[in-house]
Design a protein around this ligand. Structure first.
Ligand code: PMT
Length: 405
């Protein structure tokens, strides 16, 4: 799974350092190449020999251990795809956010322009210390940095609280997710601009109430992540709060989404419309909270929202447009009718009456339909895999069109 990946593990001086030994094994089992740098004090908790044996590589400790013409910290930073600092002590985090490079590890971190996953572990009072918390917030200012927050529980110092190293599974999983989100240098979508919509639009009734739907934005996010990993220039237009390394445009209503799609439309090569857009909005949104009266009924008048998919499909020049279709019955029949009415190039149909796929689930099962109504079924699996299959299938049918234009 991690074959060909170069993972650089940084170990700092905390009691949780012994757990990093198992983390090395987890990465090695998946065929990653693992190198390790320790702060000098970390060797009070784990031995160099153990780390050397587990990683099957020499361990970096001293800064001026120059082996070739390149300074050691630059060589380490060049080679790795990702760094994982496990455990990350308050001391090392403090140095990193202040640009202090007083040992090999802090120097490499500073010279590393690729993603770093920090797994802090420390005593609860240290974790809660206002300055440590400020430093954690500062870490997050670097978009390349992720933090796997410590767990709460029994700590080695005999107290209970937050500060225990997060589970190794969580640290491993985060590392894999971050690695997967790094654009591939030779991805097949290099040079393509891809716009993806995601999430359910929110149509205000008054300042406290709204009409929306159950879309979590996961399907759209999976598409955007996959396109990004394949080297595309991605714009994700979503109603959800998302942190990503690519461009994210946060919108609320269908009208906002229409404007955002229009802004990106001309220069897009592919547009995936996975958002669940409200077909109607409230005609007169109340400026103040609607008061309860003695009436047992209230009437809201709804007006039609613009159909974004239909609109852009009617104006398209070179763009390949992929709509989605959420149905609770007669899936294929309604989807085939919808692709004709909307005029898009492809339609991805999913059954949103099923609890094990569709809205909010991590899984989906879809049919990809083209204009000739040829249909490919993509069996139930994680949305990340569904996304890769949709993109690959669409690209296989249209890539030449796009490349040759
Ligand atoms: O977000 P998740 O929880 O991961 O769930 C994923 C999903 C079920 C929302 C997704 O897979 C999906 O089916 N998205 C489309 C939902 C939808 O609005 O379907 P629809 O059949 O009502 O609309 C058809 C297409 O027209 C969609 O591409 C939609 O974005 C678009 N549309 C709809 C209405 C409108 N006014 N403008 C539009 O552009």
């Amino acid at each position: 799974m991690l074959s060909g990946k170069n993972i650089l593990i940084g170990i700092t001086a905390g009691i949780a350092a012994y757990k990093s030994c198992e983390l090395i094994r987890m990465f090695k089992r998946q065929n990653a190449n693992v190198r390790v740098i320790c702060t000098p004090n970390a060797l009070n908790f784990v031995t160099k020999l153990t780390l050397q044996n587990l990683s099957q590589n020499e361990i970096g400790i001293e800064e001026f251990d120059v082996k070739d013409f390149k300074p050691e910290h630059i060589s380490y930073a060049d080679e790795a795809d990702i760094m994982v600092i496990c455990p990350a002590t308050a001391n090392t985090i403090g140095k990193v956010v202040n640009g202090i490079c007083d040992n090999l590890l802090t120097s490499v971190i500073s010279a590393f322009a690729k993603p770093i996953v920090f797994a802090p572990a420390m005593n609860t009072n240290m974790w809660n210390n206002v300055f440590v918390q400020e430093n954690i917030q500062k870490l997050l200012k670097n978009p390349m940095y992720s933090i796997v927050e410590p767990d709460s529980g029994y700590l080695a110092c005999g107290t209970e609280g937050k500060g225990r190293l997060a589970s190794l599974d969580k640290i491993y999983q985060t590392t894999v997710e971050v690695l997967n989100s790094i654009p591939k240098k030779n991805g097949f979508l290099q040079g393509k601009k891809i716009v993806v919509t995601a999430g359910g639009t929110v149509e205000d009734i008054d300042p406290v109430r709204y009409i929306s739907n159950y879309s979590s934005g996961k399907m759209g996010l999976a598409l955007a992540d996959y396109c990004n990993a394949q080297g595309a220039d991605v714009v994700l237009i979503t109603t959800k709060d998302i942190d990503a390394t690519y461009k994210v445009v946060k919108v609320k209503s269908a009208l906002d989404m229409l404007n955002a799609v229009n802004d990106e439309f001309e220069s897009a090569d592919y547009i995936f419309m996975a958002a669940a857009v409200a077909d109607f909005r409230v005609k007169n949104t109340a400026g103040q909270k609607i008061k309860k009266t003695n009436d047992d009924e209230i009437t809201l008048t709804l007006v039609k929202n613009p159909d974004i998919l239909k609109d852009i499909s009617s104006r398209k020049t070179h763009q390949i447009i992929v709509g989605f279709c959420a149905e609770s019955e007669n899936l294929l029949e309604y989807a085939k009718d919808k692709i004709k009415r909307k005029g898009c190039d492809f339609l991805v149909a999913n059954d949103i009456s099923r609890k094990d796929i569709g809205f909010s689930s991590d899984y989906n099962e879809v049919y990809l339909i083209n204009k000739n109504l040829d249909t490919v079924k993509i069996d139930r699996q994680e949305k990340s895999k569904i996304a890769s299959k949709i993109v690959e299938e669409v690209y296989a049918k249209t890539g030449c069109l796009q490349t040759c234009r």
